[in-house]
Design a protein around this ligand. Structure first.
Ligand code: ADP
Ligand code: MG
Length: 324
């Protein structure tokens, strides 16, 4: 079912991007990193190298690949240091920094809660005891910079880079494009958009999906040039139980979906990993704290709430459907 859905999305995305692509632009779509990825650039070889790079990153970070570095960390006995590559170490270090800077709203040790709620496997609504048990496993990982090791200090602790890996992959895609001399490109890694240069002499126009309307219906556009536009929301990966919708973004501090009026958050920053982590974090934090947090990290943010749409960047964001 997931594969059929992915194929339908692929076709839709290809049609959409084919019309978007200018003369001499080449577009390819693949299902990787658990999502549909489309890359458009004026260089076929560069696009192909980008997909090789994403495959490499997936092998490093995916919790679904048993010999990925993430899986090795998760399967080691608690308290045992696990040697990792410099690349993995650096991203873990960044993730820990974002945890501190977002008051713990972004936390890669959220995995026991992700597994408990099991949104991708159909969903389960746990009781308060199960939730507090999983919340007690959220905590600090130990990073040893000299020996490049990672330790999960407590039994049952697990990490999940699902909230940052696509953003990081987008940053690496941009590097590959630049190394190939590409001057105009757009990559869409499942809602994580990376833009390079302009399209037909103008900034790329990125439509922001309306959280409560059909796929492809935008409520705003963002003009983007050499930056990333990353969106998190609860409207795509979710399940319904007793009439209530539960989604895949969890507040690691309470163990439940965040209790605020935010329906989607879009973060705009040249740093894709930061934008990805922040979009997840600000969705958890709510509009006001989310805006403060994004500003303090030099990023712009568009927050779609049940009470209207707000942006910190009125120059580049055009909101044309501000539902209240
Ligand atoms: P998407 O992957 O749909 O683009 P996000 O970037 O917001 O959405 O990441 C959500 C994923 O990150 C979840 O599927 C889960 O694996 C993980 N996650 C959920 N809540 C958090 C959180 N508070 N902090 C860090 N990672 C999270
Ligand atoms: Mg994210």
């Amino acid at each position: 079912m997931k594969k059929i859905l992915a194929a339908v999305i692929c076709v839709a995305v290809i049609i959409c991007v084919a019309t978007l692509s200018g003369r001499g632009m080449y577009t390819r779509t693949e299902y990787m990193l658990d999502t549909v990825i489309t890359i458009t650039a004026d260089n076929k070889k560069a696009v192909s190298e980008c997909f090789d790079e994403i495959k490499r990153i997936e092998k490093l970070f995916s919790v679904h690949i048993s010999d990925s570095e993430t899986s090795k960390i998760n399967s080691a006995p608690h308290g045992a240091p696990v040697a990792v590559s410099r690349e993995v170490f650096d991203l873990l270090e960044k993730a820990c920094e974002y945890k501190t800077k977002t008051d713990g709203a972004f936390d890669i040790t959220v995995k026991p809660l992700v597994d408990l709620w099991n949104v991708s496997g159909g969903g389960y609504v746990p009781d308060t005891e199960e939730i507090s048990e999983a919340v007690s496993l959220v905590g600090d990982i130990i990073l040893d910079k000299d020996n490049l090791t990672v330790t999960l200090p407590r039994k049952g602790m697990q990490i999940d880079l699902g909230g940052i890996a696509k953003g990081y992959a987008g940053d690496r895609v941009r590097d590959v494009l630049l190394q190939n001399g590409v001057t105009s490109a757009m990559a869409d890694l499942g809602g994580n958009i990376v833009t390079l240069g302009k399209k037909d002499g103008k900034p790329w126009k990125i439509g922001l999906q309306s959280p409560d309307k059909g796929r492809g219906e935008a409520f705003a556009t963002v003009e983007a040039e050499d930056t990333c536009v990353v969106t998190s929301g609860g409207y795509e990966r979710n399940f319904v139980h007793n009439g209530k919708t539960y989604h895949h973004i969890i507040d690691p501090r309470t163990g439940t979906n965040p209790d605020n009026d935010v329906l989607s958050v879009t973060v705009i920053s040249p740093d894709g990993a930061l934008a990805d982590a922040l979009s997840t974090a600000c969705f958890v934090l709510g509009r006001e704290r989310g805006e403060e947090c994004a500003k303090s990290l030099g990023a712009d943010i568009v927050t779609y709430t049940k009470n209207g749409v707000f942006t910190t960047d009125t120059a580049k964001t055009n909101i044309f459907d501000n539902v209240k």
